[in-house]
Design a binder for this molecule. Structure first.
Ligand SMILES: Nc1ncnc2c1ncn2[C@@H]1O[C@H](COP(=O)(O)OP(=O)(O)O)[C@@H](O)[C@H]1O
Ligand SMILES: N[C@@H](CCOP(=O)(O)O)C(=O)O
Length: 321
């Protein structure tokens, strides 16, 4: 469930009046998602997504996210720009939260992508990276490699409640990775969280890339590595689907062929993605009450993926034995 902030019909009708998008017909809270409150809003003219930004998205970052979306939409990418009101403003306040009215995109997010769908999604990421070549916005990755050790320290020994030895094992894997992290590879604006639930599809066609709220400037290939780690495994992280993983890379290379150096670095980048999502999920796991409305995501599902990207290292870890 992801409706943290309730918006009354009266408040919403007043809000919509700022935009000239027709009269309110209906508004339904959207259960999917974890970060923000989202409503599907229907007016006499169209459908929209109303997003109220909760504590994890800082209002100061919204201009970056929205200018990136505008840039990509102007280049024909299937992303949802925010609608501007009659005064040209896209960022508003509603029910005490920063809020945007966002273009509705058709499609559904997949639970079990096929190789054909992965090929299309990989192509979409390649097209997105081509399209940001002349985007000059900058945002530091708030979940980048420099933040992993501090987050590990904040999680502390409580990690061992999730799996015996997990704290020491992550520290060891991170130390190993820091020594070989390919920081010299090129950077650009990346999505940084392009999981299957953030790609809308109809059949084998990508109809939407959504949820840009981790977007930032970081290694271009790290974006593909995050996607590869997110898409190519079952929900437990035990079963690797090489056909899906290969199709993602194949699709991406239609826009951006990978150099030998990039191919050699790919497993390190994907191992980084495993550590990043293990840590963020572990933090949430340890700090979200069991009876909270949000479903906690299993940190070990990402940790287990390390077995595919770093088999020799994984074999030495107590928490993966
Ligand atoms: N522009 C959009 N068009 C259509 N559906 C959307 C759009 N944006 C979000 N959604 C729907 O809302 C859900 C949650 O959105 P998301 O941005 O992933 O939330 P959160 O940031 O809370 O994780 C998505 O899974 C999708 O079903
Ligand atoms: N994709 C991350 C969590 C971020 O949630 P999102 O709904 O904003 O994509 C994970 O699965 O750990």
């Amino acid at each position: 469930m992801a409706v943290y902030t309730q918006v009354s019909a009266e408040l919403l009708a007043d809000f919509l009046a700022r935009f000239g998008v027709g009269e309110l017909v209906s508004a339904k809270g959207i259960a999917e998602g974890v970060e923000n409150s989202n409503y599907l809003v229907e007016t006499t003219q169209d459908r929209f997504i109303l997003t109220l930004y909760e504590k994890r998205v800082s209002a100061g970052d919204l201009p970056y996210f929205l200018s990136l979306l505008d840039h990509l939409a102007a280049k024909g990418l299937p992303v949802p720009p925010a609608i501007k009101d009659r005064n040209g403003n896209a960022i508003h306040e509603l029910a005490g939260r920063p809020a945007c009215l966002i273009r509705f995109l058709p499609g559904v997010s997949l639970s079990h992508p096929t190789p054909a769908q992965a090929l299309a999604a990989g192509k979409a990421m390649g097209a997105m990276h081509r399209a940001v070549a002349d985007f000059d916005g900058f945002r530091e990755n708030s979940m980048g490699i420099a933040t992993w050790q501090p987050l590990l320290d904040r999680c502390g020994d409580s990690l061992n409640q999730i799996a015996p030895g997990l704290h020491a094992d992550i520290a060891f894997a991170l130390g190993d990775l820091m020594a070989t992290w390919p920081a010299q590879l090129d950077t650009c604006a990346i999505h940084a969280d392009l999981f299957p639930d953030n790609v809308l599809m109809l059949g084998d066609r990508v109809t939407g890339l959504i949820d840009f709220y981790f977007a930032c400037t970081d290694l271009r290939l790290y974006d593909l590595a995050v996607m590869h780690a997110a898409w190519s495994f079952d929900a437990t992280g035990r079963d690797y689907d090489a056909a899906v993983g290969d199709a993602l890379i194949e699709g991406y290379t239609r826009h951006y062929p990978l150099s030998d150096e990039e191919r050699a670095a790919f497993d390190d980048l994907a191992a980084g993605a495993c550590i990043r999502f293990t840590l963020s999920r572990a933090w949430d796991w340890l700090n979200t009450p069991v009876d909270a409305l949000v479903t906690r995501k299993d940190p070990l599902a990402f940790w287990r993926r390390l077995r595919v990207y770093k088999p020799a290292l994984a074999a030495r870890l107590e928490s993966l034995s």
